[in-house]
Design a protein around this ligand. Structure first.
Ligand SMILES: Cc1cc2nc3c(=O)[nH]c(=O)nc-3n(C[C@H](O)[C@H](O)[C@H](O)COP(=O)(O)OP(=O)(O)OC[C@H]3O[C@@H](n4cnc5c(N)ncnc54)[C@H](O)[C@@H]3O)c2cc1C
Length: 607
């Protein structure tokens, strides 16, 4: 397993030079304490914790996995100690409101922390990640008493959180949820049902676990309009800030799975468990979307993290391992053979990983600024502001989640490929990154579901193409300003072509969908990937523009080599990866009949 090194130079380049976070933080009420010095100190400290404590547990966690005995789950060796350090460092509350014991820093700071922690050890980061989703849900939809009871211990990290949606018969289609909630005379509810695949459902890291559960009230309307949301704690609160009796919720078993083995994935049984309604009756799914959106953005980090970690391992190996001579002549004549890194095909894989890691990180940091404004809107009770930023972020969320996790999985594959046969051997950890990353394209809504959300809901139904028009206008305005610069012109021209094409594709799909009901589902995946490639192209152009300008002026916080590397990677992205967008464009406009014409019974002819 590659030893994780926090990519602090790249992170600071994006924060300080590309997206001007110092100015952004200065404009936020929560940014008062996020001065450049403090941000720098936090990043350094977090990087150290991830490199020295969390990262070294990644491979051990995979080998040992979680253990289940008599309803109790034990995390792998070292996890509890590392989690205690995490709690003592106050990391869970980094971006949580001060009134509940947090440090009140902007939401984006939490994302930077999540990126480092998740790259170092995704399984470990799942535990605090789920808690964060629970915190956000209670903060936004809980009543005052619920906030007072749950937010402080969750923020401190003493209690953990979960998201209990999935049941044996449904994961995507939550309208099929069967778990029941019976109202009680004291205002609480009795929750009964089985949830599966529940991450962090049971474990030994925290003293209590707060389950956020979707369930159905008696006589609730069928489908998604009849689902409500409940808080179901493992131990009931005693009313004095402590824990009382054990609730009727228990872990039935642990799933045996492909990857993230140190993250406990539990079957959870609710047997007349006491639950408390959160948010309005029958609007549970809307409230749960808060959780899901947090989780989706969190999951997109998994794609970036996989690309980064796998790249770190592959790069080191490619410099060290020797094979044959470079086609353009010996590069290391004193050695028996040249190292892998001198072969163009190996560089294709390495640069693909690098372009995905750094381009994906830029996409995350771009979105994180929007998240800061959205959170500020909520905190200030400025609904219009919160909704406006929620819409902008809502458009990007499926692109981030769908595209970045697919690309991260591709990058992880390249990482093992660079190792040749050794990539398939456990010792090096490259195959673990592939196994750990596959889940990212599945949970929190599969890529297919993200694609439907993007094209069907956000682009066509909710905005009739307006979301694409708004975003592409921003990109095109940026591109136009770059046209006068010789070095930037090729990037700018390509971006202008793509932004126009993105709108044309949207319009054509809108027209097709009026006549052909399968058209949206048929085109959605290609539309999502196309959108991802173009968004990443915008991010690479933004990085290239800063590099170009700093090289010309001799300013900026980085070295000439760093800026040249940015430009070289941007060129690689535009010339070798971005052309894939055109195959997605062709594919999305092809007739639906090529998918639907084959009769179900003619899909295979066995025996
Ligand atoms: C390790 C792990 C951790 C998890 N953690 C949690 C958790 O903490 N909490 C929780 O509640 N759940 C969790 N899940 C569940 C996860 O979110 C679901 O498995 C996932 O959302 C997919 O749902 P499903 O398995 O029911 O697949 P299905 O919904 O059965 O989908 C199967 C396939 O059909 C496609 N599909 C389905 N419907 C449509 C449609 N209408 N149009 C086009 N294509 C469609 C999907 O894209 C997919 O390819 C976890 C799962 C795993 C494996």
């Amino acid at each position: 397993m590659p030893a994780y090194k926090a990519p602090l130079r790249d992170m600071k380049f994006l924060l300080n030079e590309v997206f001007d976070y110092p100015k952004h933080y200065a404009s936020l009420a929560s940014g008062e304490n996020a001065t450049p010095d403090i941000v720098d100190a936090i990043l350094t400290e977090c990087g150290k914790f991830c490199e020295e404590v969390v990262g070294p547990l990644n491979q051990i966690g995979d080998e040992e996995g979680c253990k289940f005995e008599d309803g109790e789950v034990t995390t792998p060796k070292g996890f509890k100690e590392a989690y205690n350090q995490f709690v003592m460092g106050g990391w869970q509350g980094l971006s949580a409101p001060e009134e509940f014991g947090g440090q009140g820093l902007p939401a984006s700071m939490g994302l930077l922390k999540q990126e480092m922690m998740g790259t170092a050890n995704w399984s470990f980061s799942m535990y605090p990640g789920l808690s964060l989703g629970a915190m956000n849900t209670i903060y936004l939809h809980g009543n005052d008493e619920q906030k007072q009871t749950y937010l402080v211990p969750l923020t401190e990290g003493r209690w953990g959180g979960t998201m209990c949606l999935t049941e044996p018969q449904c994961g995507t289609d939550l309208g099929q949820v069967k778990t029941k909630a019976e109202p009680q005379a004291d205002g609480s509810y009795k929750i009964t049902g089985t949830k599966i695949f529940i991450s962090s459902g049971e474990h030994d890291l925290t003293e209590n676990i707060v389950h956020i559960v979707l369930a159905r009230l008696p006589d609730a309307p069928k489908g998604t309009r009849g689902i409500s949301l409940f808080i179901v704690p493992k131990f009931l609160p005693d009313g004095n800030g402590g824990m009382g009796e054990r609730n009727g919720v228990s872990c039935g078993s642990l799933e045996k799975k492909m990857g993230i083995k140190a993250s406990a994935t539990c079957v959870m049984n609710f047997d007349d468990a006491t639950g408390f309604l959160i948010g309005p009756e029958n609007q549970g799914l809307e409230c749960m979307f808060t959780f899901m959106n947090t989780a989706r953005i969190g999951t997109s980090i998994q794609g970036v993290g996989a690309a980064e970690l796998s790249y770190q391992g592959a790069l080191e190996y490619a410099k060290d391992r020797r094979s044959m001579r470079a086609l353009s002549g010996k590069k290391e004549p004193e050695q028996i053979a040249d190292s892998l890194i001198h072969h163009a095909d190996v560089r294709r894989m390495l640069l693909t990983q690098k372009a995905i890691a750094e381009g994906g990180r830029a996409m995350m940091y771009y979105a994180a600024r929007l998240a800061d404004h959205m959170v500020e809107g909520h905190e200030q009770g400025d609904t219009a502001k919160a909704e406006a930023y929620d819409d902008k972020l809502g458009f990007l969320t499926p692109i981030l989640k769908g595209f970045l996790t697919e690309m991260g999985f591709e990058a992880a594959n390249h990482g093992a490929q660079v190792f040749g046969g050794h990539g398939y051997i456990r010792e090096h950890g490259m195959e673990q990154i592939i196994r750990d990353t596959k889940i990212a394209v599945l949970y929190e809504g599969t890529t297919g579901i993200q694609a439907l959300d993007l094209l069907g809901r956000k682009v066509l139904l909710m905005t009739q193409g307006g979301a694409v028009r708004e975003f592409t206008l921003k990109v095109a305005n940026f591109a136009r300003k770059q046209l006068t610069n010789k070095r930037m012109r090729p990037f700018a021209l390509e971006l202008l072509k793509l932004t126009a094409q993105w709108n044309v594709l949207t319009l054509r799909l809108m027209l097709t969908a009026r006549k052909d009901r399968d058209a949206i589902s048929a085109a959605a995946y290609d539309f999502l990937m196309y959108s991802g490639y173009v968004t990443m192209a915008y991010m690479w152009a933004r990085q290239a523009a800063v590099a170009t300008s700093n090289l010309a002026s001799g300013e900026g916080g980085e070295s000439t080599e760093f800026y040249n590397a940015k430009l070289a990677t941007a060129e690689f992205y535009y010339e070798r990866l971005l052309p894939r967008a055109q195959s997605h464009a062709t594919s999305m406009l092809s007739p639906t009949s090529n998918l639907m014409q084959l009769d179900v019974e003619h899909m295979a002819f066995h025996g």
